[in-house]
Design a binder for this molecule. Structure first.
Ligand code: S3P
Length: 743
């Protein structure tokens, strides 16, 4: 049984795409009934003979009998065909198309009945080739290729999930995009290259020595001009339908061509080298990231170093301005997880478009969830319900994110399919027994490396709720067990030794899932088998990212900084409490609740700090901020002591060791303990620091450089993009003299 079982599928247009779809659907399930129409009688006869379709006929005869109708016709024919079929479609039939342009349909769709528009889900397989016609079709065309769905705001959840299932059955990966974004992206990546290929072949063919040109053309020309063999009617259609977006990208292309022409005529070789070098580097970066088979080493971002000037801010105004840091990482991960498991469409704003959270998006797409975006922090998640996830066809890559791996381990342990979770070099060394042990107590079957590290091989099975006293205050372990509990039999209870972040509990409430809390015992519990209802989520700015700027302004004379719209959940503001105890000048304004999370604007001014002993109950509330708190300690008068923070040794790096070694290089006296550190305040020198690929270590030393007496270079900073894309730009905006240098 699958979503397509017993469905009759009609393909209008049996060209390469329509024909390949028919073949792929038959290869997926021989019993599917497939109808087709096409003006080309030979194509129809061949398809009938090959049994890639079961029946052919007219629109009028086939449409009323079909459950899913696919318009595999050129973009400018879609409106006409929709008008022709609308009166014949069954009331619950679902309709889609395959065109490379989408925006031109928005206006015409307004004249269609709303009930019909709900069931028309535009789609676009990125799987064409220069070949055309049924003869060029293959059952494998869509395998491992992307299909972009551009669901309309009016679309029903059922319609979107059905079209997702249709394309998934062909072996494709399904992405989601807003219509406008789709047309812009395709104009740049597909339509423009086609136009250039047609143009260059046409120009060369018109030259007097065209015969010679083509005779002696090298392989590069054949590669480059391949697109000019594409179907001319289809492509003229595409340019007319997508004229606005194509014109825009064409304008910037023409400007670049003119610049290059000018550089050539003035013999400015450096300008050419500049453009070519940049293009070569970009191609290398993007091609290896998106086109080559992913290997663990390739998945880490290009290595980048930060270089900071002496006393790295403008000394007259310090660190100043109004800033907005990107969305909260913990909440962003959870918005995808819960949105995917809910029934209905969840809308998210302020989503962190960092690599970690994007890997979570990719994982849920792989498990059959349609996710539109992120686009400027906005997402639409078409939930599949608590039992609707599909078996992933490959291992799920969690990048650098311990949160994603541990939370997903809980969720996946209780599915009726098997899965594998992998991560980058750093994540591959992080301890997973903390989730494997309690999940095993619930009946899970999870296999890790001997050292208890990833990859995790999970055999989905039925779980039973337990009551679990966490040995460490870990929001990741707590959330993992609550997620497992959603699909477990009976009650799952988690008791925390110390309060730790409670975004999962707040989100469960937001999605309408009953959760009991027992403040006295620091316990929460839920009963499996309920339902999550889709909701709207506004992700606040990440206080963990804001922390770098809070410390930067605190330690730099003349600073006066406003950080807008930052999450101030009481389980996350340890950094504020600790810095205030050290003497920092931090004030909160405009406090408000947004989507179940408290938010405020934070003003920070320079102030002199005093060393303190960090209160033990603040440790889980500031767990990610210690690297930058150590930097504040280095600028304080006297010693700052931290004990009871052994957890820092198993974060993205051993943060006690990484920070101690870096601080020593900068001349900051410190003493390391198993479970903490003593940092002596005083001067900060300069030097080259290894961030060990740890985003927060890298950004903390960038902050330290504000008080350095010599240049600071921080190596291995590529992973800053996991949590804080745009860090360097924002830091420059705040007055930091920081430069990112690609290695
Ligand atoms: C997180 C919890 C914390 C934190 C991590 C994010 C979460 O880890 O360090 O960056 O989103 O639940 P622990 O719960 O393991 O302390």
């Amino acid at each position: 049984m699958n979503e397509l079982t017993d469905k009759t599928i009609l393909i209008l247009g049996l060209g390469m795409i329509g024909g390949s779809l028919a073949r792929a659907l038959k290869a997926f399930d021989q019993k599917l009934v497939i109808y087709a129409t096409d003006p080309n009688e030979a194509a129809i006869q061949l398809a009938l003979k090959e049994k890639s379709i079961d029946r052919a006929g007219t629109l009028e005869s086939l449409v009323p009998e079909s459950d899913i109708i696919i318009l595999a016709v050129p973009p400018l024919s879609i409106e006409k065909i929709l008008s022709a079929i609308v009166k014949h479609v069954k009331p619950d039939a679902i309709v889609t198309d395959v065109a490379s342009v989408k925006g031109h349909l928005l206006e015409p769709l307004k004249k269609f009945d709303e009930e019909f528009v709900k069931r028309f889900v535009p789609g676009h397989p990125i799987a064409g080739s220069e070949k055309s016609g049924y003869a060029a079709s293959t059952a494998e065309l869509f395998k491992d290729r992307n299909v972009i769905l551009t669901p309309l705001k009016q679309n029903s959840l059922r319609a979107v999930n059905t079209i997702h299932a249709l394309w998934r059955s062909t072996g494709a990966s399904i992405l989601g995009m807003a219509v406008e974004k789709h047309d812009e992206v395709l104009a740049a990546t597909s339509h423009l290259p086609h136009l250039l290929a047609y143009a260059i072949v046409d120009v060369l063919a018109a030259q007097k020595q065209s015969e010679d040109i083509f005779r002696y053309a090298a392989g590069g020309f054949a590669d480059f001009s391949r697109l000019a063999s594409s179907d001319e009617t289809m492509w003229s259609d595409i340019f007319i339908a997508n004229s606005k977006a194509t014109e825009q990208v064409l304008d910037s292309y023409i400007a670049t061509i003119n610049r290059l022409k000018d550089a050539i005529s003035r013999k400015r070789q450096n300008e050419l080298i500049d453009v070519f070098g940049r293009a070569k580097e970009s191609r290398h970066r993007f091609i290896s990231k998106y086109f080559d088979a992913p290997k663990i080493d390739d998945m880490t971002t290009t290595e980048t170093s930060f270089v900071m000037d002496v006393g790295a801010s403008n000394t007259a105004i310090g660190v100043s301005g109004d800033l907005r840091v990107p969305g909260d990482k913990s909440i962003s991960h959870r918005s995808i997880i819960f949105g995917a498991l809910a029934t209905g469409v969840t809308r998210v704003k302020g989503f962190l478009e960092g690599e970690d959270a994007l890997n979570t998006v990719a994982a849920f797409r792989e498990m059959g969830v349609t996710i539109v975006g992120p686009d400027d922090g906005e997402l639409r998640i078409y939930g599949v319900g608590l039992h609707g996830l599909k078996a992933p066809r490959k291992s799920l890559y969690m990048g650098n994110s311990g949160t994603a791996m541990r939370l997903l381990a809980g969720l996946l342990a209780a599915q009726d399919f098997d899965s594998e979770l992998t991560g980058d070099e750093s994540l591959s060394e992080r301890p997973m027994e903390r989730v494997i042990d309690p999940l095993n107590k619930m009946g899970a079957r999870i296999h890790s490396n001997e050292q208890g590290t990833p990859p995790l091989k999970i055999t989905g099975t039925k779980l039973t709720g337990i009551s679990y006293h966490m040995p460490m205050a870990s929001a990741q372990v707590k959330s993992c067990l609550l997620l497992a509990g959603l699909n477990a039999h009976g009650v799952t209870e988690v008791i925390e030794p110390e309060v730790c972040r409670d975004h999962t509990e707040r989100m469960l409430e937001g999605f309408g899932y009953p959760l009991e809390k027992d403040q006295n015992r620091s316990a929460c519990r839920l009963t499996g088998g309920g339902e999550l209802a889709a909701t709207e989520i506004e992700v606040p700015g990440d206080i963990s990212s804001a922390a770098f700027f809070i410390v930067a302004a605190t330690i730099t004379p003349h600073s006066n900084l406003l950080l807008e719209h930052v999450g101030i959940n009481p389980t996350r503001i340890g950094v504020i409490s600790i810095l205030e105890e050290m003497g920092a000048d931090i004030s909160l304004a405009n406090e408000r609740m947004i989507g179940g999370e408290p938010v405020a604007d934070i003003r920070v001014k320079y102030s002199k700090l005093q060393g303190i002993t960090i209160p033990i109950d603040q440790i889980p509330l500031a767990i990610d901020e210690f690297p930058v708190i150590f930097v504040a300690a280095a600028c304080a008068v006297g010693d700052t002591f931290l004990h009871g923070a052994g957890e820092l040794r198993v974060k993205e790096s051993d943060r006690i060791d990484a920070m101690a070694v870096g601080l020593t290089i900068l001349g900051v006296e410190n003493e390391v303990f198993d479970d903490g550190i003593r940092v002596r305040g005083g001067g900060i020198g300069g030097g080259a620091i290894e961030s060990r690929g740890d985003h927060r270590v890298a950004m903390s030393f960038a902050v330290a450089a504000l008080r350095a007496t010599e240049t600071v270079v921080i190596n291995d900073c590529g992973n800053v993009a996991t949590s804080f894309p745009g860090f360097v730009d924002l830091a420059q905006q705040a007055g930091l003299r920081i430069k990112a240098v690609a290695k």
